[in-house]
Design a protein around this ligand. Structure first.
Ligand code: BGC
Length: 714
């Protein structure tokens, strides 16, 4: 008999439910319940999994209680939110999405896994794969941005990075794809609100990244807090048992979100905890995180006949199988057995600096004001984010300390060692305190250039951080306006470094500044990454993975919209448009300037006619007409012009990159399988329909900047 089956035969009901229970252990509790002392419960086998415990010594102490003092000695599974780094923080996921580089996505997850595993952890609640087309939603910061196809690529890369090639290795973490599914479509961008979208949109937009994670072998999945048309995901048997386990073939562990099983009562679908526990278990949720509904509710649900011991055993089997795959039975102390050496940590910081710089999107660079000449002697550095170590981490900072980040001030001092830097905070990020304004204005006098660091605090995005106003918080706008006016009087250039976990609505700022860097939250080496770009040590190459609206009233806003029966026309009143703002975003998906000056031309697409089993290849020539080496990203979109179901005006199918020295020309080749042009037909089953498909290639999702060719599907 296998280890798992023989354990199952000897487990009491309480021990079984212990394996289906996950409890927080003191650190970084994110939900409403703070866990007390779980020592006795671990020893009795009533708690089999923990979250929010870090540090190899603490983890091993707890593990010892389970392995050496519980009756069956089953090791604990210990998880943590390692979202974009652990002790070393990489850019927030939305920023990192804009690298369009699967190897880099994998590399940061691999490094985060090594660092977290060295801290004793075996599970991360990542990657977060919720497509988001609504910047009001704070969790946009944690995910892949607005496009499902991009989300699929990121999902596969991240699962590979976290899990490595063998889950039992000492540096591998079990990944958890979350939050399944469609959480990004919460009503009005309001956190935890209901989701009510079509089945087609669920399948076409929100599900694909999860399908990709399952395909890549993700070990666990977390259902979203939210409901879909009245059925909370935590109790959605059709989505969990049907689609996830059935159609997608997921055979790993489903872990509830924090207290989500108890919240089924608030959703109005369960009368009490036993009923909630029964709904979740029947839907396929294996582990109850923080609700204690399985531990205390399932025995009653069993008595009421709502669940069977068979249902419980199936979940226990899956949890034990994951522990086995992680090698926890063979050696529960493998992770965290050896501390990392200084060189490894240093290398990781270096990677964070490189990826940080590559995640930053240059939105504007009028007159080539950037990069600054190294002979610049007097800089003024202003704003509440100029010297703000803790903020640089962004939301979900893992186990990174508040003081461990390089600030912009420190980074610029290192990048311009001979320059004088006058620094003032001016105003706080969110409070209405203007007492520092005059000091900020004084700093401008005598400066050759002014750098304004403004934006959101780290905690203004991430969980429970929806915003209805997408401008600068607090009185930052007033400070910017005063400083911009002073700079105009003094005829000095203003560079804005904008920090945020989402696209902001700041057209006035982008208009008034000479240069704008959208830095998101770059992580541990933020200041050095920004210093590298401002000084020209590296050229910006980041692209935005979400559209930036002109006005909050445009959201949700995304490039993959369907055509209208009355497409916008300036000369026809009764067409699809606003009276007071243009339809298009201020900054389209994929946009990002570099220090090069790229021209993309000569699109060639082969073959001209292709069947479902074939593949399509597009080539474009790219020339760098600028005077600096830089990297250009080229996107390939498709548009199926005539189909049984109207297709989006643009669908992303490929991207490629090329690094070119000044004056040099090269070719980017983009390939994809023709089968990717299948779509869900009238009955929601995949179809490949013959006909014309436009292939559109260019630097971002702005149709007017895309080259076009046509292929025939046969
Ligand atoms: C979040 C999850 C997270 C969990 C554990 C919840 O509040 O929604 O994303 O993994 O807490 O910290």
């Amino acid at each position: 008999m296998s280890r798992i089956e023989s354990l199952l035969t000897s487990m009491t009901l309480s021990e079984k439910l212990g394996q289906l229970t996950m409890t927080a252990c003191g650190h970084a509790v994110t939900g409403p319940t703070i866990a007390g002392d779980s020592t006795a419960a671990i020893k009795s086998g009533a708690i089999g999994n923990l979250l929010n415990l870090v540090g190899a010594a603490d983890v091993h102490d707890m593990q010892k209680l389970a392995v050496e003092q519980s009756r069956l000695g089953i090791p604990l599974l210990i998880g943590y939110d390692v979202i974009h780094g652990h002790r070393t923080v990489f850019p927030i996921p939305l920023g990192e999405a804009g690298l369009f580089d699967p190897e880099a996505w994998t590399a940061t997850a691999r490094e985060a896994a090594k660092e977290a595993a060295a801290d004793g952890l075996a599970l991360t609640f990542a990657p977060m794969l919720d497509v988001s087309r609504d910047p009001r939603w704070g969790r946009s910061a944690e995910g892949p941005g607005e496009d499902p196809w991009l989300g699929m690529r990121i999902a596969a890369a991240k699962v590979r990075g976290f899990q490595g090639d063998d889950l039992s290795k000492a540096d591998a973490l079990a990944a958890c794809a979350k939050h399944y599914c469609a959480y990004g479509a919460v009503t009005a961008g309001r956190e935890y609100a209901s989701v009510d979208i079509s089945e087609r949109t669920v399948l076409e937009v929100y599900l694909p990244p999860f399908a990709s994670a399952v395909h890549a072998g993700v070990a666990s999945v977390m259902p979203a807090f939210t409901d879909l048309a009245g059925v909370p995901m935590t109790a959605d048997a059709a989505m969990l048992q049907g689609r996830l386990r059935g159609a997608l073939g997921f055979d790993g562990v489903i872990i509830s979100d924090y207290n989500a099983i108890a919240e089924l009562i608030n959703h109005g679908v369960a009368a009490d905890r036993p009923a909630a526990a029964a709904l979740a278990l029947k839907a396929g949720v294996d582990i109850d995180m923080m609700a204690d509904a399985y531990r205390h509710g399932l025995p009653i649900a069993l008595e009421r006949g709502l669940v069977t011991i068979h249902d419980i055993d199936n979940s226990v089997r899956r949890v034990l199988a994951l522990k086995e795959r992680l090698g926890l039975f063979d050696d529960p102390y493998r992770r965290g057995a050896r501390a990392e050496d200084g060189a490894q940590v240093q290398k990781r910081r270096q990677l964070s600096r490189e990826i940080g710089a590559r995640s930053i999107v240059m939105l504007k660079n009028a007159g080539g004001v950037l990069p600054l000449q190294s002979r610049v002697k007097r800089l003024a550095l202003l704003g509440p984010l100029a010297d703000a170590s803790a903020e640089m981490r962004g939301p979900w900072w893992g186990a990174a300390g508040a003081d461990g980040q390089v600030t912009v001030l420190e980074g610029l001092r290192a990048a311009f060692p001979t320059a004088q830097i006058a620094h003032a905070m001016g105003v706080p990020i969110a409070a209405d305190d203007v007492s520092g304004m005059s000091a900020a204005l004084q700093c401008c006098d005598g400066a050759e250039v002014l750098i304004l660091c403004v934006g959101e605090a780290a905690t203004m995005s991430g969980e429970a951080a929806s915003r209805a106003h997408l401008g600068l918080p607090g009185v930052q706008r007033s400070m910017c306006e005063l400083v911009l006016a002073r700079a105009r009087q003094l005829k000095i250039a203003v560079i804005v470094v904008l920090f945020s976990g989402r696209p902001l609505v700041v057209p006035w700022l982008i208009e008034a500044a000479d240069a704008v860097l959208a830095a998101w939250f770059p992580g541990s080496e933020a200041g050095n990454a920004i210093g590298d770009l401002i000084s020209g040590r590296s050229s910006p190459s980041g692209r935005t993975a979400m559209s930036w609206p002109r006005a909050a009233g445009q959201v949700p806003i995304f490039f993959g919209q369907r055509p209208s029966g009355r497409p916008a026309s300036a000369s026809d009143h009764f067409t699809s448009k606003y009276l007071d703002v243009a339809n298009d975003p201020l900054i389209p998906f994929g946009f990002g300037l570099t220090y090069g000056n790229f021209e993309i031309d000569n699109l060639r697409v082969t073959p001209q006619t292709v069947s479902r089993s074939g593949s399509i290849e597009a080539r474009v020539d790219v020339a760098n007409r600028g005077d600096r080496e830089a990297e250009e990203t080229v996107f390939l979109f498709t548009h199926d012009v005539l189909a049984s179901v109207a297709r989006p005006l643009l669908e992303l199918k490929a991207f490629g990159k090329i690094r070119l020295a000044p004056g040099v020309r090269g070719t980017v080749i983009l390939r994809f399988a023709a089968a990717e042009l299948s779509f869900l037909g009238l009955d929601l089953a995949p179809v490949f329909e013959p006909g014309e498909v436009e292939i559109l290639v260019g630097p971002c999702a702005d149709r007017s900047r895309l080259l076009k060719a046509v292929v025939q599907l046969s």
